[in-house]
Design a protein around this ligand. Structure first.
Ligand code: P6P
Length: 285
């Protein structure tokens, strides 16, 4: 009889916390006078959700480290175990306009910063009209609906639809390198594609998982590593989209292969249908 599985405990804790986080957003939409390690203004909710998740996840036997987009230092726990990286509220800037946002998590079996190949599970909570979770482990993706601390499986073995439908590209068009600009025009010119960009990566990526397509926050002129963070955003979404039969790329390779150098390092992010990512890499070569 094997003992408790810390990975299950981490995911269950995050899922159980989702309804409390959702309710806790009310009244915490203002900014605090602090910046996160990436130099972005923090909402009160960012700090609060990070503290809530840190408290709960570091209490789990089998969690050795906790790292968050909202805090500079990695929290080392007693003993051996998995290393959990979270973006407590991805897209918190959407709070002011009451648009979609989410909680992103990656569970690594190596100390952070770790390569995406060290992920054993990843997923995201989406605070949309319904609170949902997409979760990848052992090469398959499961979708849940979350209510009051309970989670209900709504779909197993989720795969990205074969025919891409949506695209969403971050950054300012004048800041796109010309190769990416040419690629973006190619995607946009396809009459079978439609623009979907909501300003929260996880809402946009969830649309790609649901409808097929591509989400990208590319390298920019003046920001060659783009905006999104490898440990908390790039790796977890790449792991899930690849488990769902899609691809990820930093422009030349799977995001999961990107060498980690710093817990807050940024990475150009492109995820979606394989043929779209393959084409992107050809254009960027
Ligand atoms: P921009 C949210 O702040 C975030 O980190 C991602 O969730 C999102 O994709 C991106 O930034 C949006 O950036 O430059 O469009 O505001």
């Amino acid at each position: 009889m094997s003992g408790p599985d810390p990975v299950d405990d981490v995911v269950a804790t995050i899922a159980r916390s989702a309804s409390e986080i959702r309710q806790g957003l009310v009244g915490r939409r203002g900014d605090v006078d602090e910046e996160n390690p990436s130099g972005e203004t923090q909402a009160e909710a960012d700090v609060w959700a990070d503290e809530l998740l840190e408290d709960r996840l570091t209490s789990i036997d089998g969690v050795a480290q906790y790292a968050s987009e909202e805090r500079s230092e990695i929290v080392d726990c007693e003993g051996e175990g998995y290393c959990v990286a979270v973006d407590p509220l991805d897209g918190s800037s959407n709070l002011k306009s009451n648009n979609t946002m989410g909680t992103v998590f990656g569970i690594y079996d190596e100390p952070l910063p770790a390569p995406g190949t060290a992920l054993v599970a990843s997923g995201w909570i989406l605070y949309g009209p319904i609170t949902t979770m997409a979760y990848a482990r052992d090469g398959s993706v499961t979708r849940y609906e979350l209510t009051g601390g309970e989670r209900t499986v709504v779909e197993e073995n989720v795969t990205i639809p074969a025919d891409p439908l949506v695209y969403g590209f971050g950054g300012r068009v004048p800041d796109w390198p010309e190769e990416f600009d040419a690629y973006a025009r190619e995607v946009e010119s396809d009459p079978g594609h439609k623009l979907r960009y909501g300003g929260a990566m996880i809402g946009d990526v969830n649309q790609v998982l649901t409808y097929g397509g591509i989400f990208a926050y590319p390298a920019l002129e003046g920001a060659p590593r783009g905006k999104l963070r490898l440990q908390f955003e790039g790796n977890p979404i790449a792991y899930l989209i690849e488990a769902a039969g899609g691809r990820s790329s930093d422009g030349s390779q799977s995001i999961l292969e990107v060498e980690p150098t710093d817990v807050h390092q940024r990475v150009p992010v492109h995820v979606g249908n394989t043929e779209l990512i393959d084409r992107l890499e050809t254009v960027l070569e």
